[in-house]
Design a protein around this ligand. Structure first.
Ligand code: SF4
Ligand code: SF4
Length: 482
């Protein structure tokens, strides 16, 4: 009984101590291919992400005016076209709100399920995965690549390495130019790019992204995740003992006398149990498939990107022996200690509420966005002029921005003061072309009365006569007398 208690204490300490920092070692990692649910999910995400990134700039979108591209970040026109949704320069704070939402969503997800964003959705992971697929296609799987690396430079090595880097460069170039295509009319830019007529910014952006992609996904690979990415540095503060992370079930894997190879009768679970060995058969597959080259049996580590590939590898081995899966699994520290994982607690409620609040603010702000904006500004110098017939005239600049994609006409009137004459010169209606902003000079004239005050609050009433926008707008202003 005492032995058993001691063992349990050792396990508890081990499990606690195994939340350790990754050792920094720079060497080429050649992960082995693996099949399984996590690998399939990663491939699925990768296929969708690649299809979206490379195809979206090529989707045409018919609009009465403006860009005919579904997604077009038009810096010169100061507009972002996203299908039927158009973000104008003055709505750019949505971008800040979106960034805030992304941040709290990331914190929320990390607090619940650890670094899954890194393992499945991050650009670095997606591109490194694609680069590794190319490497595997040309040079073969892990063992073949290790052997090739050790070989002297001969014809085979030069050909295989050369072809790999050529394809990496091609994918990097296509990544760079695809990114650039989002900022211009894609077919025109592509034609201009290859005929040497594109703007120098297009060549610079493509070259920068091509180079960074080639270096980050081809050369530095997961070292970006381990030592460069700032998120990797601070994500651990969002972890606690209830966070799900890829974990090795130390008690099950090691039992009393540790892991053991499945030799002779150690293939039988009852013999292993009797001899005090755990279920880990020390095959090393979980280490070989790991893209960051770590041994998850040493405990959760900062370098682990929660990609789940070691789970796939270990489940495959457990299946082979007919044993229960899950020796490596997504589990919390509490669960491994024999307790329960608590998802609902103050921290997750906090992140959850911040996420819901950011989504709510964005939806409210976007849905309340008007197709027409108007503002008025009273000319200050002079504030008023006295006309030859004794009337007082105030001048205003009224600006109307028709953000819709159709022309619009408006009438303008005032309320708040009797006998106020409005003049827009020879203009009868305020006509504004689609997606344009126009400033009108408006003059108000009034014959002063004894009952008048020096400053009277008035409103400009702008009524739509035609166009997409149907609401009447009201602008506060004032009429000033001497
Ligand atoms: S330890 Fe497992 S989950 Fe973590 S990075 Fe390696 S393979 Fe992925
Ligand atoms: S894959 Fe599973 S059985 Fe093999 S070494 Fe890793 S933990 Fe042990």
């Amino acid at each position: 009984m005492t032995d058993q208690n001691n063992n349990t204490d050792i396990y508890q300490d081990k499990i606690r101590d195994t939340r350790v920092q990754a050792k920094i070692s720079i060497e080429t990692i050649h992960p082995r291919s693996v099949t399984g649910n996590f690998r399939r999910f990663k491939t699925f995400i990768m296929a969708w992400a690649y299809a979206a990134f490379f195809l979206l700039p090529w989707i045409r979108w018919e609009r009465p005016v403006g860009s005919q591209q579904a997604i077009h970040f038009d810096l010169i026109g100061k507009k972002f076209y996203i299908f039927d949704f158009i973000v104008h320069a003055q709505d750019i704070f949505w971008l800040a709100a979106l960034l805030f939402l992304s941040a709290v969503l990331l914190f929320f997800a990390t607090a619940l399920v650890g670094r899954v964003f890194c393992g499945f959705f991050c650009f670095q992971t997606l591109w490194t995965d694609a680069f590794r697929s190319i490497e595997k296609m040309i040079q073969g799987d892990r063992i073949a690549r290790i052997r090739l690396d050790k070989k002297a430079w001969n014809k085979e090595k030069i050909t295989k390495k050369g072809l790999t880097h050529a394809l990496w460069l091609l994918l990097s170039f296509w990544t760079g130019i695809s990114f650039t295509l989002y900022w211009a009319d894609a077919p025109t830019l592509l034609m201009d790019f290859f005929t040497g007529n594109a703007h120098s910014a297009a060549y610079t952006a493509t070259l920068i992204l091509m180079t960074t992609t080639y270096l980050a996904a081809g050369w530095i690979k997961e070292y970006v995740c381990m030592h460069i990415c700032p998120y990797a540095r601070f994500q651990s503060v969002m972890y606690d003992s209830d966070t799900l992370a890829t974990s090795y079930d130390f008690k099950r894997g090691e039992s009393s006398f540790g892991r053991a190879k499945p030799i002779k009768d150690l293939k039988k679970p009852e013999v292993r149990k009797e001899k005090g060995h755990g279920d880990c058969v020390d095959c090393g597959l979980c280490v070989q498939v790991c893209p960051t080259g770590i041994d998850i049996r040493d405990g959760s580590q900062l370098s682990c990107i929660n990609c789940g590939l070691c789970i796939d590898a270990c489940n495959g081995i457990m299946d082979k022996f007919g044993w229960a899966k899950g020796l490596i699994r997504f589990a919390s520290e509490n669960e491994l200690d024999g307790g329960k994982t608590r998802f609902f607690k103050l921290r997750t409620y906090g992140y959850g509420l911040a996420t819901i609040a950011s989504i709510g603010f964005l939806l409210w702000s976007v849905s309340g966005n008007k197709l027409v904006n108007a503002s008025s500004y009273q000319t200050r110098s002079p504030l008023y002029v006295m006309l030859s017939d004794g009337r007082i005239q105030n001048s205003y600049e009224v600006r109307i921005h028709n953000k819709s994609l159709y022309p619009a006409e408006f009438s303008i009137n005032t309320t708040g003061m009797d006998d106020l004459e409005l003049s827009i010169g020879a203009i009868e209606k305020l006509t504004i072309a689609a997606d344009k902003s126009v400033r009108f000079l408006i003059k108000l004239r009034h014959q002063p009365q004894d009952s008048d005050t020096k400053e009277t609050k008035i409103k400009f009433i702008i009524k739509p006569l035609s166009g997409e926008f149907k609401e009447t707008l009201s602008l506060d202003s004032q009429f000033i007398l001497p």
